[in-house]
Design a protein around this ligand. Structure first.
Ligand code: NDP
Length: 361
């Protein structure tokens, strides 16, 4: 069994019969798909923008920001023409810029829907960061507007394109671990004070929305199933101003139709951050720690480190979306995937509030 992956292989290309064969761009194909980055914050400027140089079919062609000084700084750094630098006030002009195919929205989650709707109505494909939006109806609004405009919608689930995580999925789905008897996933860190991440109006929720979504999404992609029921509790430390508006620690269980129970945690007050998952099967145990970082992953089965070639997951993800736009295929992390996580997160919140299990449709 191969244990390395080319950068083009993707989550659902492994063990998923329903996926069309992955046809590749040819070297002599048309010019790269043009992307505009909207929101020049930490993730955009430290992870995403530096990754365009590793893309084969994707090019950074425009910037959109609320801060003109950032447009000058990053515009100059990335060689973006002055005419392709927009503010939120002037961005309607992207309609007339044929270089821009995709708008990548990298702003606080509650702002994703309006920016996405705007971009789609301006004739652009939309790529939204996670969490997709605060509510299922927000997600639906994004899906509907893209559908109406015949535009594609992707969500920034970079782990779906990261080679170690792909290898873990292969181990889970191929029988290498045997029948899976338990999956746990823990993600959290110690958040600073005064960030938008602790304001519900911008973040949509607390740790579960921002970092617990990695635990949730991993439980789904490792199990290969969709939960039918969730049970959750939320714990907030008293007298901590970070948790007046949003939740701190979430402890949740997902009951899958197979009978498998996945257990996840999420936290914003953990002095020692956690970024890990563990899959126990009847034939082997996979431990990933760190599991979903930007780099430096360690994945082992029964204590033996897996030989996986690291890839630039950001570039692989963007190229995969570009390819779908050019070839008309279905992106592996579409709006529906983002909406599924939000639906489950809302059920997690309901269960924690009621103290009862919540069944999912
Ligand atoms: P930052 O606060 O660093 O940047 C957010 C940027 O959004 C700001 O710099 C600003 O850009 C723009 N913005 C637009 N409207 C607002 C507003 N009302 N309040 C604040 N900022 C606004 O956040 P991050 O970069 O860490 O996160 C941005 C998004 O990326 C979030 O959805 C987050 O969950 C996601 N993310 C994803 C990661 C991943 O691994 N997939 C990792 C980290 C974040 P400008 O000044 O240019 O207008």
């Amino acid at each position: 069994m191969a244990n390395t992956f080319s950068r083009r292989e993707t989550l659902f290309g492994i063990g998923a019969a329903a996926v069309a064969p992955y046809a590749f761009f040819r070297r002599d194909d048309a010019k790269p798909v043009g992307w505009a980055v909207l929101g020049l914050g930490s993730y955009a400027t430290n992870q995403i923008m530096p990754s365009f140089k590793d893309c084969e079919h994707t090019k950074l062609v425009a910037l959109i920001s609320g801060h003109p000084d950032k447009l000058v700084r990053y515009g100059d750094q990335y060689g973006i023409a002055a005419a392709s630098r927009y503010t939120y006030d002037t961005m309607d002009a992207i309609r007339d810029n044929p270089e821009i195919d995709v708008v990548y929205v990298i702003t606080p989650p509650a702002t994703h829907p309006d920016f996405s709707v705007r971009a789609a109505n301006l004739g652009k494909h939309v790529f939204s960061e996670k969490p997709m939006a605060p509510t299922v109806s927000d997600c639906q609004r994004m899906i509907d507007v893209c559908r109406k405009n015949h535009r594609s919608l992707g969500v920034g689930y970079r782990c779906h394109f990261e080679n170690h995580n792909l290898r873990a999925i292969q181990a889970c789905r191929s029988g290498e671990l045997g029948k899976i008897t338990s999956i746990t996933s823990d993600h959290g860190f110690n958040i600073g004070h005064g960030q938008w991440r602790t304001e519900k109006a911008l973040a949509g929720g607390g740790s579960m929305m921002d970092i617990g979504i990695y635990s949730l999404n991993a439980l789904r992609y490792l199990s290969g199933g969709e939960p039918k029921e969730v049970v959750a509790t939320i714990t907030n430390p008293p007298d901590d101003d970070r948790f007046k508006d949003v939740e701190d620690t979430v402890d949740f269980s997902l009951v899958f139709p197979s009978g498998l129970v996945g257990h996840g945690t999420s936290g914003y007050s953990w002095q020692q951050g956690k970024n890990q998952y563990k899959v126990v099967g009847e034939k082997g145990t996979l431990v990933a720690n760190p599991a979903t970082y930007y780099e430096g992953h360690h994945f082992a089965i029964d204590g033996k480190e897996l030989a996986v070639t690291a890839n630039n997951q950001f570039a692989t993800m963007m190229d995969a979306f570009s390819k779908c736009i050019r070839e008309g295929g279905k992106f592996q992390a579409p709006g529906e995937e983002g909406r599924t996580d939000i639906r489950i997160i809302q059920a997690i919140y309901s269960s924690a509030a009621s103290g009862k299990p919540v069944r999912l449709a």
